[in-house]
Design a binder for this molecule. Structure first.
Ligand code: PMV
Length: 353
């Protein structure tokens, strides 16, 4: 008996130019383009196994061991339906292929980090779901094509289908066919940039990105300014900075865009607060760290960014990471569970768990 099963995994991505706002909530079409870095360490990944079997009664999905309802017309159902349709197209063209597109699927997904804590679990989750179904159905793996489907699960998921530096082009067409992800540069282009994740809290976030965005689109005037007059130029400038490996410009734009995203959240009625006092204290620390570097004739050494939660992501060239971790641990002494993939601290002070 042939078993039709495949496993794929996808990492989290953290945006430097934030996606916030939908112009079409069903197709998940954004009000602005966005750009992110896909993290390539093993700490923040979703791994998903999909299996098609004629004996299954219906499509089912388990996330971290708990069954999630696949609601008719919901995002999970849409992604599964679209992937089955791509398989059906192949089967129609090639009659020798087994007709598995008609079989129900069982999907099992796991995150190796806290779910829905502002660590982009939906991004890696939907990217891994689409990648595992693409492997199960042996679809041609054009990541931009698959990103059109992942986007309909969770907008930011479309960017996790690529590694490295990735742009999600908002597109213009009402059917969403030009709203997909493209790679700006592979990871190897700029391997020196690293991301330090400071988990300020791993509680579930208070306002989901879906309801938060909707409220912002309905009530924020600042969002309209951002969409028209800010993001297009930032997308151009940060892409250029990435291609030129210009960390100073990359860092400046990343911090400005994080600040504006949280300003837009605050400009929402009622206002949304994603950062807390610890998040703001980390901003102050990075601002001071950069100020001293610039005062001494140098350039920016680190960039903070925050998604829809209190956790900080700090981008920095590798040579600065040790110094930044030492600062964080000094000012936030409870930060004692640093994961040390480079062995920067072997045997000294900070514990690498
Ligand atoms: O894809 P969603 O619905 O989880 O929205 C993600 C929004 C942000 O993480 C705040 C920004 C982004 O571009 O990833």
């Amino acid at each position: 008996m042939t078993v039709y099963q495949a496993t794929a995994s996808a990492p989290v991505n953290i945006a430097c130019i934030k996606y916030w706002g939908k112009r079409d909530t069903k197709l998940i079409l954004p009000t602005n383009s966005s750009l992110s870095v896909t993290l390539d360490q093993d700490h923040l990944r979703s791994t998903t196994t999909s299996r098609a079997d004629p004996s299954f009664q219906k499509d089912r999905l388990w996330l971290n061991g708990e069954e999630e309802e696949i609601k008719d017309g919901g995002r999970l159902a849409t992604c599964i339906k679209e992937m089955k349709a791509l398989r059906r197209e192949l089967e129609d063209k090639d009659s020798s292929l087994p007709k598995i597109s008609g079989y129900p699927v069982h999907i099992c997904s796991r995150n190796n980090f806290p779910t829905a804590a502002g660590l982009a679990s939906s991004a890696s989750g939907f990217a891994a779901l689409v990648a595992s179904l693409a492997a199960l159905y042996q679809l041609p793996t054009d990541a931009s094509r698959l990103s059109l489907i992942a986007r309909q699960g969770s907008g930011s998921a479309c960017r996790s289908l690529f590694g490295g530096f990735v742009a999600w082009q908002m597109g213009e067409k009402p059917d969403g066919s030009d709203s997909y992800a493209v790679q700006v540069a592979p990871r190897e282009h700029w391997p020196d940039i690293h991301a330090l994740i400071c988990v300020v809290s791993d509680d579930k976030k208070g306002t989901s990105s879906t309801s938060g965005m909707q409220r912002t689109v309905e009530t924020s005037t600042l969002l309209q300014h951002r969409i028209k007059h800010v993001v297009p130029e930032r997308m151009r400038a940060i892409s250029e900075a990435i291609l030129a490996r210009d960390f100073d410009t990359f860092a400046r734009i990343t911090m400005q865009d994080s600040n504006q995203f949280h300003a837009v959240a605050l400009d929402t009625d009622p206002p949304i607060f994603y950062m807390n006092d610890v998040s703001r204290a980390i901003i102050a620390l990075i601002v001071e760290y950069n100020r001293v570097a610039v005062a001494n004739g140098g350039k920016l050494k680190a960039a903070y960014t925050y998604d829809a939660g209190p956790n900080a992501v700090i981008y920095a060239p590798k040579e600065n990471i040790k110094e930044i971790v030492e600062l964080i641990v000094k000012y936030f002494p409870q930060a004692d569970s640093f994961k040390d993939p480079f062995g920067l601290f072997s045997g000294k002070g900070v514990t690498g768990k």
